[in-house]
Design a protein around this ligand. Structure first.
Ligand SMILES: [Ca+2]
Ligand SMILES: [Ca+2]
Ligand SMILES: [Ca+2]
Ligand SMILES: [Ca+2]
Ligand SMILES: [Zn+2]
Length: 613
């Protein structure tokens, strides 16, 4: 699917980041070359890439190998605070790395609220990996230097997987691609059901390392040259003479079935293969033959299940400037309104941290997806999850300053992608010409095509359209990392108060216990409580010479009531809401030391002892 409106094409590609629409509508773009040998020329990183030093700089994109070097450099610089795990291996045998940041002096990782961040589950969405590295870089280089960051490191555990689709990242750098191709995990699939597997992907015909577009002179074509910028085309009106036919992405019909690029390498979409609300491929393109078919999703699921303290999840993608929350399909509604309120606190603040980005609901504001990662982490992991869609193409501006007295220009956002049009595309080309000195766009050049004859190849290059030019990368990485740090600061922070015991009879004492959460995020999601995803938090009262004879939760303001628990009153179950408290009253008989212990899967533990006398 192509239109004259090149920005709209880029915009749609961006908007459907993570969407089956990429596959349906742009089959050629969504797939990698069928013949890797023909597609590797020119795109490998320069062997002279500068060494990776700490602090990380974010002024260029790291290859898969360099992401590993960056993690090892961070680990070498901060051995007390970091560990590297190989979570698993990809289909092609590459390591999937996780870095854990935890200060053992403030406790074990599992006893702290966990913040999980990953990126690049879609192979082409590479700046997601850089945002993950920026989170690590900021936490580690700021530790002991910056008061807020020191506190964030000391209070939380962080689990960061910068590259989920390691084969995809490796190949996106090494092979020719469009900005949108190379998303898939490397599980061979017969996408067009002709009995052949991965037989026809894109081909880098001119060997420049990019899959660009092809057009052919055609007086009956649907397009003519844009008079304002001859690199662009506009659709002819009825009755107007045409000039060009668009042939699609660079390539040849490898299997002679009359179609171009209809079955490239893969296609299992890593973000449709999770074991919650999964649907077969006739419902959800790219979902795989069964949940966790992919080695990577399976390994990461195990990693997550082994870390039940994770309460906040960020999964980074590109593009379009969005922070999406679930549910991923309408069937997930209604989301518990108290959980919506938690998302709203985070989402509305993130909109201010990252200008132009919008906080949206996945299925309603974008489209439905099945087998989605954050559905899994929400519904099985009991976390609050966001998908961060990085980069706004409308930030590629070339325009005069606003006239004095005129209202300041609005920050571009996702709505610009829909309005777009050739106006925006012309501006992007001037941005390309004068701000990136031509890095982003290849002018049309004649090429002798073995099947189509004389054609022209040109258009936006691989490293464009969904990615910021490297000069804009530090800002993108820092602001989005700040969104993660903001959420980390809102994770539950528990203090336990045991109010002075009152004598209520001979050897009988009344104890009031207050559990206070200083974070905006509750100690368990409301859905987790409602659906019994995990055990709730516990509050236990015990002592060698003491017995709890009654105990229960206190409710009411002014006139209080205690809901006494019928059995085992010494153990109470609870969830502590964000910026809230829960109180219990216990009647304890006996004497001596009494210990009150709070324990939570996600909010750590706290104990207090008092002496009854
Ligand atoms: Ca096939
Ligand atoms: Ca395929
Ligand atoms: Ca090419
Ligand atoms: Ca074909
Ligand atoms: Zn994506």
């Amino acid at each position: 699917m192509k239109t004259q409106n090149w920005v709209a094409t880029a915009a749609l590609a961006a908007l459907v980041a993570g969407s089956s629409l990429v596959i349906h509508g742009q089959a050629g773009q969504a797939q990698a070359p069928a013949k890797p040998a023909a597609a590797t020329k020119g795109a490998a990183p320069a062997p002279s890439s500068p060494p990776i030093t700490i602090p990380l700089r974010f002024d260029r994109y790291y290859t898969y190998e360099e992401v590993g070097q960056a993690l090892r450099a961070l680990n070498a610089a901060y051995p007390q605070l970091t560990t590297i795990d190989v979570v698993g291996k990809s289909e092609e045998g590459r390591d999937i790395w996780a870095m854990t940041v935890n200060n053992p002096k403030t406790g074990a990782a599992l006893d702290k609220p966990g913040v999980y961040v990953d990126g690049n589950i879609h192979g082409n969405e590479i700046q997601a990996g850089e945002v993950c590295l920026a989170v690590l870089n900021r936490l580690l280089t700021g530790y002991g230097q910056n008061e807020q960051i020191t506190k964030l490191v000391d209070r939380n555990a962080y689990y960061v997987i910068p590259v989920v689709n390691v084969d995809g990242r490796y190949r996106f750098f090494k092979e020719a691609n469009t900005p949108s191709s190379g998303r898939s995990l490397r599980i061979p699939k017969d996408d067009d059901r002709d009995g052949l597997i991965d037989e026809d992907g894109d081909d880098d015909l001119d060997g420049d390392g990019n899959i660009c577009s092809m057009r052919r002179k055609d007086p009956f074509g649907a397009y003519r040259t844009d008079p304002e910028d001859p690199r662009l085309m506009i659709r002819v009106k009825p009755g107007e003479k045409g000039e060009w036919t668009l042939l699609g992405d660079e390539g040849i019909d490898n299997d002679g079935d009359g179609r171009l690029g209809e079955d490239g390498e893969g296609y299992v979409d890593g973000n449709r293969n999770w074991g919650s609300n999964w649907a077969p491929p006739y419902v959800q393109t790219g979902s795989g033959d069964y949940p966790f078919e992919a080695a990577g999703t399976r390994a990461i699921a195990k990693f997550l299940m082994d870390r039940p303290n994770i309460i906040v999840v960020f999964a980074y993608h590109n593009a379009a400037g969005m922070y999406l929350r679930g549910p991923s399909t309408k069937a997930g509604e209604p989301m518990n309104p108290s959980d919506v309120a938690v998302y709203d606190i985070l989402g509305t603040n993130i909109e201010k941290i990252v200008p132009g980005y919008r906080y949206l609901v996945s299925w309603k504001d974008l489209y439905s997806t099945y087998g989605d990662f954050t559905d899994f982490t929400n519904n099985v992991g009991g976390s609050y999850g966001f998908v961060g869609e990085l980069f706004i193409v409308a930030s590629e501006t070339y325009r005069p300053p606003p006239k004095p007295g005129a209202a300041a220009a609005r920050e571009p956002d996702v709505t610009d992608l829909l309005s777009g049009g050739n106006d925006q595309e012309r501006e992007r080309l001037k941005f390309n010409d004068h701000v990136t000195q031509g890095d982003l766009y290849k002018p049309w050049k004649p090429f002798k095509h073995p099947q189509f004859g004389e054609v022209e190849i040109g258009g936006w290059v691989k490293m464009s359209s969904r990615l910021p030019h490297p000069f804009m990368l530090p800002d993108l990485a820092h602001r989005n990392a700040s969104a993660v740090l903001f959420a980390a600061a809102q994770t539950p922070s528990i203090t336990l108060d045991v109010l002075a015991p009152q004598k209520a009879g001979a050897d009988l004492y009344k104890l009031r216990v207050r559990v206070v959460n200083g974070g905006s995020i509750p100690t368990l999601t409301f859905a987790a409580v409602q659906k019994k995803i995990h055990p709730q938090d516990t509050l236990k009262v015990s002592g060698p010479a003491a017995k709890v004879v009654a105990g229960g939760r206190v409710s009411g303001v002014g006139i209080e009531t205690v809901a006494y628990k019928a059995n085992r009153p010494e153990v109470q179950f609870l969830q502590v809401p964000g910026d809230g408290k829960v109180e219990f009253e216990f009647l304890v008989s006996g004497k001596g030391e009494v210990t009150v212990a709070y324990q939570s899967l996600k909010a750590g533990k706290a104990t207090k002892s008092i002496v009854l006398q």
